[in-house]
Design a protein around this ligand. Structure first.
Ligand code: SF4
Length: 65
């Protein structure tokens, strides 16, 4: 993810609440590891993350295979 692109819209945690969370300013971070900029996604979380990725208005969420 690229938190510097995040506009704190709050959508990603609606679609993937176990993956995304926010700092006190509403900027995205990983729920499990707030200081990380990358995270390995389990198979059973892929759909959620894909939805969040598609909905993010600023492309702050990036996917890599
Ligand atoms: S959907 Fe994108 S812009 Fe909105 S809070 Fe999440 S990362 Fe930030």
């Amino acid at each position: 993810m690229e938190p510097e692109r995040c506009i704190a819209c709050g959508l990603c945690a609606v679609y993937a609440p176990t993956i995304f969370d926010y700092d006190e300013e509403g900027i995205v971070l990983f729920a499990q590891d707030p200081s990380a900029h990358q995270q390995f996604i389990q198979k059973n979380q892929k759909e959620q993350v894909l939805s969040a990725y598609k909905k993010c208005p600023t492309r702050a969420i990036l996917l890599e295979n």
